[in-house]
Design a protein around this ligand. Structure first.
Ligand code: SF4
Ligand code: SF4
Length: 82
């Protein structure tokens, strides 16, 4: 999963781009629900939020490293094929 750092400026451009609705406004900044983030696997070749973020504050979460296979399984279960 990816994670939004505290450099987020709450610009709101990433939220509508997420195909899994994993991004929501948190207490202070936007947040990614790691259980919903497939790093865009199953939908796009690249993480859409990373592409649109103007301040590049959405790195991979070092505490939630997943293989492509795991991300694919998450995608499958999210769309009801898991
Ligand atoms: Fe959503 Fe894709 Fe960003 Fe994950 S990487 S939060 S699935 S847009
Ligand atoms: Fe924050 Fe980047 Fe999303 Fe804008 S695009 S709300 S700066 S994480």
């Amino acid at each position: 999963a990816l994670i939004i750092t505290d450099e987020c400026i709450n610009c709101d451009v990433c939220e509508p781009e997420c195909p899994n609705k994993a991004i929501t406004m948190g207490k202070d900044i936007y947040e990614i629900n790691p259980d919903l983030c497939t790093e865009c696997v199953g939908h796009y070749d690249e993480p859409q939020c990373q592409i649109v973020c103007p301040v590049q504050c959405i790195p991979n979460d070092p505490n939630r490293v997943e293989t492509r296979e795991q991300l694919h399984q998450k995608y499958a279960s999210l769309v009801g094929q898991g």
